[in-house]
Design a protein around this ligand. Structure first.
Ligand code: DAH
Length: 340
């Protein structure tokens, strides 16, 4: 039996040495160690040995089995390593090879302007809110204190789905949503698309973008409004930019103001583009939140006051990048977009 074991050992190890692939390994394992394998049948014959012989033979048989198992394991590792090596070699990528030029896109001038505005206002302590483009007449007009006969309510100005539902004509309804949801104090901005039934020309589009802001707290005065907006204008457009506040009318603010800035073309000297006034067209609307609006949102106007503002982002982007026609912003013309 000893010779038999010896022979199995030599023969199997020899075979394993010359194996080339995983499939052959399995065949050899079955041939020697499988249920009907050669070594297994010898082990089965152990019971016929004498009590003296059995322990030594048993030990030897185990040794042989272990050696074969080990040789099989090593061979497996060997073959797998070779496979990996071949794969790495065959599938090698030459990263130094010249490829077609990689063209990365970039942000749209409008998006860039919006993100910069949001950055600035969040830095000033404002939280960014979001509201839907499909709005109720209640949020867009009623709760914003718009009189029943306000012209912007007309079908000819605003897109109606039915008598209660519209495409929002301004971002101001998000003020209502924010105040109703969170009450006072609050300091928020929001931005997004707004829709009006306007004819398309160089400065009008039926869809454009607004940024809205609202601050409500105790002791908020018009001084806070003016200081905050001056800080915004100087940070965004540069220290040399001056502001001019003009009285105006909005239903949701009292008093209401419009803000002009120094003409970016002539720096305030006066030129044809600002009709020689030195001031550019109005930048934003603003005012002190009307007590009715606070009340409509469950905020006590005796305790709280606030200011609000709203501006057209498209127009700001046009001034910033000297774009002369709003339509270019939405045409998706590659030649135009690649300039920014
Ligand atoms: N919603 C106004 C508009 O579309 C802009 C505006 C003016 C917003 C004054 C405000 C504000 O929050 O206080 O013309």
């Amino acid at each position: 039996m000893k010779e038999q074991l010896q022979k199995i050992k030599e023969e199997s190890l020899n075979l394993i040495k010359n194996i080339q692939n995983i499939k052959e390994i399995e065949e050899i394992r079955v041939k020697y160690l499988g249920k009907k394998g050669e070594l297994t049948s010898i082990l089965k014959g152990m019971k016929d040995l004498s009590n003296e012989e059995r322990p030594a033979m048993g030990a030897l048989a185990n040794e042989v089995r272990e050696e074969i198992e080990k040789a099989i394991e090593n061979k497996k590792t060997d073959i797998n390593e070779k496979i990996l090596e071949k794969k790495l070699h065959d599938e090698r990528i030459d990263v130094t090879l010249k490829t077609d030029e990689l063209i990365l896109g970039h942000r749209h001038p409008l998006k860039k302007t919006l993100e910069d505005l949001e950055d600035l206002f969040t830095h000033m302590g404002f939280t960014v809110y979001d509201g839907p483009e499909i709005e109720t007449v209640e949020n867009n007009f009623d709760l914003l204190n718009a009189p029943k006969d306000h012209p912007s309510r007309d079908m000819s100005d605003t897109f109606y789905f039915d008598k209660n539902t519209i495409l929002r004509s301004q971002t101001s309804p998000v003020q209502i949503r924010a105040m109703k949801e969170h009450g006072a104090p609050i300091r928020m901005i929001c931005s997004g698309r707004v829709f009006r039934s306007d004819e398309v020309d160089a400065t009008h589009s039926p869809m454009f973008h607004q940024l809205e802001g609202l601050v409500v707290d105790e002791n908020i005065s018009i001084a806070n409004l003016i200081d905050s907006l001056n800080y915004f204008v100087k940070s965004f457009f540069g220290e040399d930019m001056k502001t001019r506040f003009r009285p105006h009318y909005f239903p949701f603010t009292e008093p209401s103001l419009e803000v002009d800035t120094t003409c970016p073309r002539c720096g305030g000297e006066g030129c044809p583009s600002c009709s020689h006034t030195g001031w550019s067209m109005e930048l934003l609307g603003c005012g002190m939140v009307h007590p009715n609006v606070l009340r409509n949102c469950g905020i006590d106007p005796e305790k709280y006051s606030g200011f609000a503002f709203g501006m057209g982002i498209d127009r700001i982007a046009m001034v910033r990048y000297q774009i002369s026609d709003i339509r270019m912003m939405f045409d998706n013309n590659k030649k135009f977009l690649e300039q920014f």
